[in-house]
Design a protein around this ligand. Structure first.
Ligand code: ADP
Length: 429
């Protein structure tokens, strides 16, 4: 099978026979023709380059290489010999010469040589025609690919620039937020301090109505302070300026102290804390950040649960990721906050961890908040290598699970103890 030469040329580059056909294959074809007709056969490429010949002594071909394109009989190097030369045409131009010979000069032989040369040139012209068609298609394909590539490269460059600009804008935003929240906190603490002094009567007696107004000022200022603190934390986390310092901490005392710290807000509620098993390992966590996570989850549980509802916190051991994540059976400490409140629909569940997202963001919204609590909780938990996720049914309640790494030796010892207890139970000890 004749191979077509693979040429990386452009469409309008001048093209030669050896660009289009593979020379060893061409030689095979030429040899089989020569054997069939029992003649010598040579192909010379323009300008005068011998591509292939069946004649052993190449010096005999010299007159053909330098001679005319034909069709013509050319005298051979040895006296009384000749070649018959015909042109191989491509797009109206002589692309190569085909020479039959050398043969003894004789009128009859010349006629036969002419016929053989003509036949070979017709066959080669068909091959050249097909190869050229393939060459054109391939070149057009290359041009199209090059254009696509250039277009893609330009797009890529524009994208990279856009990403760079976005990162810069994001960095500026984080710095702005961090500075602003810091600057807002200072005057606000003064407002709170002065309101407290007024309530305490340090600037003279206040009547009940004035005290009520001052309490409102205090509570709104407190709310604002919390919002600003959350903003500061989020922006510091984004800027990478807030470090997580994990150390072994027992979760039960932490949970109890957060509940006590939330005071009035929780006192009126039915709230239970359970540990799934005794002797749970300690978590490897930053106490301040885990407190903040739990405080946010409890604030939400209270906010979105009617007064007669239930709130429960469960501590235990379990997979670090929500169900359905294949190939991850790493265990850690789980802290689950359940409520019997309004719940969250499946569509909203995917958004609630986004900054400033609130299921009901209308101006008539009955619950306070900034939409930053869960964002912060997620960032804190993930900074520990943990995860946070929600299971919820609208109208029935929600369960937020936080997973945190456990102190590994304690976890191992705990699991071994549990295994021993199970097998001795199975043996009926
Ligand atoms: P917010 O300050 O508004 O509470 P969060 O980021 O803490 O902000 O929560 C985002 C939104 O997720 C809330 O506005 C609320 O719509 C929904 N949400 C969070 N926790 C609960 C819950 N326990 N029950 C019902 N909805 C909740």
């Amino acid at each position: 099978m004749l191979q077509y030469a693979q040429s990386p040329m452009a469409i309008d580059d001048p093209i030669s026979l050896s660009d289009l056909l593979d020379v060893p294959d061409l030689s095979d074809v030429v040899r089989s023709f020569a054997a069939m007709h029992e003649v010598g056969l040579s192909v010379v490429e323009k300008p005068d380059r011998l591509l292939t010949t069946t004649t052993e002594d190449e010096s005999l071909i010299r007159p053909v290489v330098t001679g005319p394109g034909g069709p013509v009989e050319v005298a051979g190097k040895e006296a009384g010999t000749a070649f018959f030369v015909v042109p191989l045409m491509h797009q109206g131009e002589v692309m190569a010469k085909i020479a039959v010979g050398p043969y003894r000069r004789d009128h009859e032989v010349a006629g036969r040589a002419r016929a053989i040369a003509g036949h070979v040139s017709e066959v080669l012209e068909i091959l050249v025609h097909n190869a050229f068609a393939r060459h054109v298609t391939a070149s057009m394909h290359t041009v199209a690919m090059e254009e696509n590539f250039a277009e893609l490269s330009a797009k890529n460059e524009r994208l990279a620039k856009a990403v760079e600009r976005m990162q810069e804008a994001d960095r500026l935003k984080s710095t702005f937020l961090a500075t602003m929240s810091h600057e807002l906190r200072t005057p606000l603490t003064s407002v709170i301090g002065y309101a407290e002094m007024l309530i305490e009567g340090l600037a003279g007696a206040v009547n009940d109505e004035q005290r009520e107004y001052l309490r409102t000022i205090l509570s709104k200022a407190d709310q604002l302070l919390q919002l600003i603190s959350s903003l500061l934390d989020v922006s510091m986390l984004e800027a990478g300026a807030l470090q997580t310092k994990p150390e072994p901490i027992p979760l039960r005392p932490l949970v109890d102290s957060v509940i006590t710290g939330m005071g009035e807000m929780l006192r009126k509620r039915r709230i239970s804390v359970t540990e799934t098993e005794p002797g749970l390992p300690r978590a490897l966590a930053d106490g301040r950040q885990v407190r903040e996570v739990l405080r946010n989850l409890l604030t939400n549980a209270v906010k979105f649960t009617p007064d007669d509802g239930r709130i429960g916190i469960t501590l235990g051991i379990g997979p670090m990721r929500p169900d359905g994540v294949a190939g991850d059976d790493e265990l850690g400490m789980l802290m689950i906050v359940r409520d019997s409140g309004i719940g969250i629909s499946a569509e909203q569940q995917v958004h609630i961890f986004e900054p400033f997202f609130q299921v009901d963001s209308s101006s008539t919204r009955q619950y306070g908040g900034s939409g930053l609590g869960l964002t912060l909780a997620k960032r804190y938990v993930e900074a520990h290598g943990g995860h946070i996720w929600v299971d919820s049914t609208p109208g029935h309640g929600s369960a937020f699970t936080v997973s945190l790494p456990a102190v590994s030796e304690e976890l191992r010892a705990f699991l071994e103890r549990r295994e021993r207890a199970r097998s001795s139970h199975a043996r009926g000890d």
